[in-house]
Structure formats: structure tokens, C-alpha cells
Design a protein. Structure first.
Length: 118
């Protein structure tokens, strides 16, 4: 699969996952061939970043340290798409606003409790 098709597919997947998980979830798609403006797509609004933004220092350092086999780091999930020659093409970074997600869960539990008392 060529890089353009790979990035297009990752963007569609990111949009679908964020539509499913909601506004407290964000997926950033990076083109690692151009770190100065690597962010090609962002689904969600957790970090308020926009396409054209550079790769974060965290992403650069993590990939420099581990290469294409970079492990997940909580609360981030790092995935790199690779060519056969193990050259990194793209990265998917998942960001979750845990405070908002936990507050929403707490509200849901409270509503269930109130509903059970009625």
C-alpha cells in the first residue's frame, strides 16, 4: 500500500473511532517523513492541535529511542506503520481526556443510582 492510501485509510479510521468513542477521545495521524509539519489529520478536540502542526517532542524522542517498534506509553498509544524495509511512514497517537471521561462516568453512575431509588 502506498503512503497516500495508508494515510487516507488511517484518517478514515480515526474519524470513525472518535465518532464512536466521543469528544473525550482524540486520534492524531502523523506523516513521519515531514516532522516539522507531521500532523496530517486530527480527529477529536482533546489537545486542540491542528493539521500542519509539528511532531511533538514526546513523539520524536519516543520514536528515536524505540524506532518502528515503539511501545505504548500510558495514556498514549503509539503505532507506527512501516514499509517492508522497516522505515517508519506514519504514526497514530491516541489521546484521552481522562478527567472529562471519568466525570462523565461518575455522572452516569449517579443517574443510575437515582433511577434505582425511584
Amino acid at each position: 500500500m502506498d503512503k497516500k492510501t495508508l494515510l487516507e485509510n488511517l484518517c478514515r479510521i480515526a474519524d470513525g473511532l472518535v465518532a464512536f468513542w466521543g469528544r473525550d477521545y482524540e486520534i492524531a495521524i502523523h506523516d513521519l517523513s515531514r516532522l516539522e509539519s507531521s500532523l496530517v489529520h486530527i480527529a477529536g478536540e482533546v489537545t486542540k492541535r491542528a493539521p500542519g502542526a509539528p511532531a511533538t517532542d514526546f513523539l520524536i524522542n519516543h520514536l528515536s529511542r524505540y524506532g518502528a517498534d515503539a511501545p505504548d506509553v500510558r495514556p498514549y498509544r503509539a503505532q507506527a506503520a512501516k514499509e517492508r524495509a522497516e522505515k517508519r511512514l506514519a504514526s497514530q497517537a491516541d489521546n484521552v481526556d481522562h478527567a472529562r471521561a471519568e466525570a462523565a462516568l461518575q455522572r452516569a453512575v449517579e443517574r443510575l443510582h437515582v433511577a434505582q431509588l425511584r
